[in-house]
Write a protein of this length. Structure first.
Length: 363
């Protein structure tokens, strides 16, 4: 084969091969920029989970050097207190060109609830998570949903503590019953004369004078007895961590029989004259003491009212306080006007008959 035919055949083969196998040329690396705008400063920006920096003054410019037209797929903004924002990244711009991406971040709104605390007794000091919130009853609003420790303090009562679970948009209600502290005090009892028996709530404690400790704080019934003397029964209150003194001046039965009584008189209206056993003592309101035990006659007089008369019995040493309401005098009785003509007619007939009998006797 001639050489020029071989050269022509080789050229034809190369032209055909170039049509079958495409020739690819690589794109040169290009420097481009992404301008990421966000409304939250400090937000961290990621390109396909690769950290690129933080937003400052609303902007972060990211320089990308790549031969690819779209080197990254997604952009992500992350910030505490905000929802994570993800958006697609557009293709890179040309050499030294900028592409803008705008991200809007949504804040996380904490859901809150309320806590209402009441107690028995009321006005207990309320502490929630160790912080004082005043006296019960009290309602705390706007609490972040979660678990809280609650404590109540009240003088004379044991501390109450518990937990409260606050749910979003709901009110957690607590009603706490506080238990009284077990307190003890001291009782000191004396009498004149001494040697009287002491009974506390029905239990014998000894004789006067006596001091006894370890008595529960609160109300008690104290009774004193001594032969030949009048007994006493009194309600007392023992105060915790202190001494409660009680003294009794005893009165003999013989003295009691001769003890004078007292009348404290009041009346409606006031200012009524008071007579006791026909002796004037003044006007009401009035207290008359030194009255001998027994029956006394009582009389009250007031202008425009009926006199009051009654009896009062005074025991030895007794004090009585009668309150007397004076009664107005009864209204006078009047004959009805319609009866007068009948009475006049009857009188006239009687006179006429009498005159007639006298006339007959003269004839």
């Amino acid at each position: 084969m001639p050489s020029h035919h071989f050269g022509l055949l080789l050229l034809t083969f190369l032209i055909c091969l170039s049509c079958v196998i495409p020739v690819t040329a690589e794109r040169a690396e290009v420097v481009s920029y992404y301008d990421i705008y966000a409304d939250v400063n400090g937000a961290a920006i990621y390109f396909d989970n690769e950290y690129m920096g933080d937003i400052s003054k609303g902007l972060l410019t990211v320089c990308v050097v790549s031969s690819k037209t779209r080197p990254y797929i997604r952009v992500k903004a992350v910030m505490d207190g905000y929802r994570t924002t993800i958006a697609p990244l557009p293709e890179a711009a040309g050499e030294l060109q900028h592409v803008s991406v705008f991200l809007e971040m949504t804040p996380l709104i904490p859901k809150t609830g309320n806590l209402s605390v009441s107690s028995s007794p009321g006005r207990a000091e309320l502490f929630v998570n160790g912080e004082a919130y005043g006296l019960t009853p009290r309602t705390l609003t706007g609490l972040t949903a979660g678990t809280y420790s609650v404590r109540l303090d009240c003088p004379g009562y044991k501390t109450w503590s518990g937990t409260a679970v606050v749910s979003a948009e709901e009110t957690c209600k607590i009603y706490a019953y506080l238990n009284k502290k077990k307190e003890f005090g001291t009782l000191s009892v004396s009498s004149s004369p001494t040697g009287a028996e002491i009974y506390l709530d029905g239990w014998r404690y000894g004789t006067t004078p006596m001091t006894a400790g370890g008595i529960s704080a609160g109300p008690h019934i104290l009774e004193i007895k001594k032969d030949g003397y009048i007994g006493f029964v009194r309600s007392i209150t023992i105060t915790g961590s202190s001494v409660t003194p009680v003294s009794f001046p005893l009165i003999s039965i013989e003295e009691q029989e001769n003890m004078p009584g007292t009348l404290s008189l009041t009346s409606t209206p006031e200012g009524a004259m008071v007579y006791i056993d026909s002796v004037s003592h003044g006007v009401t309101p009035l207290t008359v003491s030194g009255l001998t035990p027994g029956v006394h006659q009582l009389r009250l007089m007031s202008a425009g009212y009926q006199d009051y008369q009654g009896t009062v019995v005074l025991a030895p040493g007794e004090k009585r306080a009668p309150d007397i309401t004076m009664q107005p005098p009864p209204e006078p009785e009047y004959l009805p006007a319609s009866i007068f003509p009948a009475i006049l007619a009857l009188l006239s007939a009687t006179l006429f008959a009498a005159c007639g009998r006298c006339h007959k006797k003269k004839n």
